[in-house]
Each structure stands twice: as structure tokens, then as C-alpha cells.
Design a protein around this ligand. Structure first.
Ligand code: XMP
Length: 324
């Protein structure tokens, strides 16, 4: 039967066999899956794994630097790429969720293309990076199959399916048979940083799909501030680890409020917290009222531009975890 130790042993051996002396390029997302996949590959081929981490400007507050630092601490051969301007300019004025995903997916490919050319340039004489490493897990494959099916248009997961042919990279996906909890167990065996391992899943398009409607830097900044308060309170109260995924959603509505003698007309954020095994189905979490009250007060008192906080009490199905 399955153990994470034997999975690591077998997979590292298989990767060594499969990759020989080849070089592998990999984009990391800061999430559990791509990190664990990278550490497995690092065990198999060491410095021949070349990673980079893209800042699309749609990560959580402070996350880019934190994650980059912890990758460096884990000994990964990683480079940070700042591509904020590219993403924001291409997303300007776009409201439709699938359109956002497509733009983000193709922008990732452009950034990837650029970064991989630089990596190729720096390789030793005659060496070539022939492989693309990916942190695809089993549920990603299932969901993207159903996207193609006749009955359902779920969400296109930009991280499945690899890159266009012209890049000529073969794909290596060491976690594609695993569920999320198995990935975490493998990560623990590999001594992956516990802050990364315990991290909630976070979608590739990031906050772009949590700002409903069109995206501006200002909306993202407001959302980051509110989300930071939410997540910090979940951690301080011990709820973070009991929740499978949590996040804040910036709604495309303004509502009336009152502050002192003044009438306000400002934005609304929704808080979402779900329990799940693999993201395919999910139940909303019954967070304590006291905790919700504290979070709501803190957000409204500290985040300029928000005067109302609501809590999402929908389960999946029929609601999805993300709102877009
Ligand atoms: P839904 O919203 O479909 O989400 O219930 C299920 C899980 O998938 C994540 N998700 C995404 N992940 N690219 C990703 O890499 C995407 O476009 C995407 N959309 C949703 C979501 O955060 C949840 O964990």
C-alpha cells in the first residue's frame, strides 16, 4: 500500500532514469503542488533543475518575497521574475472570467518563453533544457477533461496541457497520480517548508479571479489588505489549518454605509472558507460568529474603500469555490 516514503524513493529513481543528464525548466507558483514537484525533481537532478517564480501582481500581500525567500532556503535554483506591468496592462478592461484566464495563461507563456531563453543562454556548452516540470495533480486532470466534455464548461485550468508545440519541451509531471493530501504527505517526507506545505490552495490566475469584473491595481490592493486581515485572523485563531481553502472576494458592487455623520458609498468584500478533500466538492465552514465579527470590524475599520463584509454560505456543488 501507498506510503509517501516509497513514493519519493520510486519517483526520484524514475525521474533519474527518465531525465538522465537533461536540464529541466519549471515555473513555481508558491503553492504546495509546484513546490513539492520541484523538490522531487531537485532530489533527482539537483542544479539541472532551473526554476523561476513569476510575480504577476495578483498574489497575496507580501507573498512574492516570502515565497521566493523560502524557495532559496530550500536550496532550489530559482529566479524571481517581475512581470506585474505586463499582466495588469493586458488585463485592463477585461471582465469575463474565462477571458481573464486566457490572458493570464498566454501571458505566463510569454513570460515563460522569455525566462527560458535566458536560462538556455546560461547553460553549459552543448547543454539544452528539453523538459518542462509541472506540479499537475490528479484532480487537475479530471477537471480539465470535464472542461472538454460535451455537457460541461467548467473552468479552463491554464496550468494543464503544457506549452505550445513551438517550445518543443517535453512535460514531466511527477505528481499527476496524487491527490492533494498525498502531495502534502510527500512534501512532509521531503521536509518542504511547513509554511508552504500548510498553505491553502491558491488558483494560478490568483486574485484576478477574486476581483469580480474588471481588474485595476487599486482594487487588487484593497483586496490584498482585506485578505491579509482575514488570513491573519484565521491563523491567530487556529482556524487556518482547519479550513481547506479560504479567500476574500472583491465584489463589483458599491453599497451605502455610514461613518460618523457621513454617508459612504463603497465596496463590498465577501469572505469564503471551505472544507474539502480535493476541491471537487466543498462545504462552507461554520466559522464562529465572534471571529467573523472581529474580522469584519477590522476590515471595515482599516481598509479604506470597504464599508461592508459578507460571508459566503454556499457549498459546492452547485456553487464553485471561486466566484469566477
Ligand atoms: P472551483 O472554483 O472550480 O475551484 O470550485 C476548485 C479549485 O481549483 C482552484 N481553481 C483554479 N486553479 N487555475 C488554477 O490553477 C484556475 O483557473 C482555477 N480556478 C479555480 C480553486 O482555487 C480551488 O482550489
Amino acid at each position: 500500500d501507498w506510503t509517501s516514503e516509497s513514493f519519493v524513493e520510486t519517483t526520484v529513481a524514475e525521474l533519474k532514469q527518465q531525465l538522465g543528464t537533461d536540464h529541466v525548466i519549471m515555473a513555481l507558483s508558491g503553492g504546495v503542488d509546484s513546490t513539492v514537484a520541484a523538490v522531487l525533481l531537485h532530489h533527482a537532478i539537483g542544479e539541472r533543475l532551473h526554476c523561476f517564480f513569476v510575480d504577476h501582481g495578483l498574489l497575496r500581500k507580501g507573498e512574492y518575497q516570502q515565497v521566493l525567500d523560502s524557495y532559496k532556503n530550500m536550496g532550489l535554483n530559482i529566479k524571481g521574475v517581475n512581470a506585474k506591468e505586463l499582466f495588469f496592462s493586458r488585463l485592463a478592461g477585461i471582465s469575463e472570467p474565462e477571458q481573464k484566464r486566457k490572458i493570464i495563461g498566454s501571458s505566463f507563456i510569454d513570460v515563460f518563453d522569455e525566462a527560458s531563453k535566458e536560462i538556455q543562454k546560461d547553460l553549459p556548452e552543448g547543454a539544452e533544457a528539453k523538459w518542462l516540470g509541472q506540479g499537475t495533480i490528479y484532480p487537475d486532470i479530471i477537471e480539465s477533461i470535464s472542461v472538454k466534455g460535451p455537457s460541461a464548461t467548467i473552468k479552463s485550468h491554464h496550468n494543464v496541457g503544457g506549452l505550445p508545440d513551438y517550445m518543443k519541451l517535453k512535460v514531466v509531471e511527477p505528481l499527476k497520480t496524487l491527490f492533494k493530501d498525498e502531495v502534502r504527505r510527500v512534501g512532509k517526507t521531503l521536509e518542504v517548508d511547513s509554511t508552504i506545505l500548510g498553505r491553502h490552495p491558491f488558483p494560478g490566475p490568483g486574485l484576478a479571479i477574486r476581483v469580480l469584473g474588471d481588474i485595476t491595481e487599486e482594487k487588487v490592493r484593497i483586496l490584498q489588505e482585506a485578505d491579509d486581515i482575514y488570513i491573519r485572523n484565521l491563523k491567530e485563531s487556529g482556524w487556518y489549518d482547519k479550513v481547506w481553502q479560504a479567500g476574500t472576494i472583491f465584489l463589483p458592487v458599491q453599497s451605502v454605509g455610514v461613518m460618523g455623520d457621513e454617508r459612504t458609498y463603497e465596496h463590498v468584500v465577501a469572505l469564503r472558507a471551505v472544507g474539502s478533500l480535493d476541491g471537487m466538492t466543498a462545504d462552507w465552514i461554520h466559522l464562529p460568529y465572534d471571529l467573523l465579527a472581529k474580522i469584519s470590524n477590522e476590515i471595515i475599520n482599516h481598509v479604506k474603500g470597504i464599508n461592508r463584509v459578507v460571508y459566503d454560505i454556499s457549498s459546492k456543488p452547485p456553487a464553485t469555490i471561486e466566484w469566477e
